[in-house]
Design a protein around this ligand. Sequence first.
Ligand SMILES: Cc1cc2nc3c(=O)[nH]c(=O)nc-3n(C[C@H](O)[C@H](O)[C@H](O)COP(=O)(O)O)c2cc1C
Length: 189
Amino acid sequence: MPVTLSEFRSGMRALAAPVNVITTAIAGERGGLTATAVISLTAEPPQLGVAVNKANGSLKLIEKAGIFAVNVLTHDQLDIGNVFAGATDARGEARFKVGTWATMVTGAPVLKQAKANFDCRVITCFELSTHVLFVGMIEAVRVNAAADPLLYADGCYGGFVRKESREFAQQLALQALELNTAAVFDSPW
Ligand SMILES: Cc1cc2nc3c(=O)[nH]c(=O)nc-3n(C[C@H](O)[C@H](O)[C@H](O)COP(=O)(O)O)c2cc1C
């Protein structure tokens, strides 16, 4: 028996995920939505997947355009995430008043100040009950290595805490040493 909707949701809230804005455009018409359901699929060829709710205003536009961009938001771009999540009354083109937008290869709108942009062409899609999973071939990538991502977990937004500081690395090394020492002492050999 599958789990209930509330069990599913409470489990999924534990999956900390980057917040992205999926955008598309065709013949001058632009649309987009905030989405966490973005998944890395294959490196060769370079493909990713995005799951879009059938009720979403941009779904038909992505299908028609056959292109989309994944714009990974930085920790200070919550205002953009909110607009594209429908938290304001901005719809369609009006959502692009926040941020600075450009295009790369496919013509899908890319957010200039994003943590990363993946410019994709739809290769195939799968209908999964309430959602459509679009598989995109990545035709261009831009990365802003210095920026921190905006994350969504436990039903709220947060930042990313880097653990590769010198102190943390030393702490990890000490822990590993203690574990190894314990393993040697516990060993029957
Ligand atoms: C944090 C967060 C993550 C979301 N992830 C997704 C997602 O992965 N797929 C999706 O279809 N909608 C997702 N949504 C909902 C859409 O952003 C929202 O339904 C959409 O922007 C409404 O657009 P519309 O008014 O054009 O239909 C998410 C919303 C939030 C706040």
